[in-house]
Design a protein around this ligand. Sequence first.
Ligand SMILES: *Cc1c(COP(=O)(O)O)cnc(C)c1O
Length: 219
Amino acid sequence: MPSLAENLSSVRSRIAAACRRAGRDPSGVTLVAVTKTVGLEEVRTLRDLGVRDFGENRVQDGLPKALALPEARWHFIGSLQRNKVRKVLSGFHVVHSVDSAELAAQVARVAEEATWHGEVLLEVNVAGEAQKGGIPAAEVEAFVRGLKGLAVSGLMTMAPLDPDPEKARPVFRRLRELQGSLGLRHLSMGMSQDFEVAVEEGATMVRVGTALFEGIDKV
Ligand SMILES: *Cc1c(COP(=O)(O)O)cnc(C)c1O
């Protein structure tokens, strides 16, 4: 049975190998450990192994973990309701999933009231999947131009699920083109299935859960 340390070291070397293939510096890729399927014990173990960034997709499960380990950097990666913005900003440092003007306005309002200085990314639905949230790729530039009082630092996407990670490449490439034309710093893309392709295509944050936690003895 692999240990969490072994899984982490394997994910890190796969990121490093993808960086070498792409001629990138690995320090430009942040591993966000998605801890939604595990508890605080695993979070602490990863923290002790040097992981600084953690991702959660639900307020109810994620906020208590974020508040228990406030020295880590917590990323909110799930779909976000306007009435949960205040809670999310109370514990999370990066929000990856702003996908409507109403939500952007609420984040701007609460961030100002709460003097929150975190980072905000826009979620983009590159592949145009009807069942997924996210701003359609064709509308992102207009969306960013229309933003008031909210500084956005990057774009996030989820590629369609497919056993062949190469299928995600055009999706990631499109997100990178948008990031480039908007002059944004961050690209949050790549999950367990496709993070190596995402790194090759320019991801600055990869969000990895399963590849870290599969097969380990949960505490
Ligand atoms: C769960 C989740 C991930 C991690 O997925 P894995 O396949 O377990 O690596 C990444 N991003 C989002 C938005 C998620 O909800």
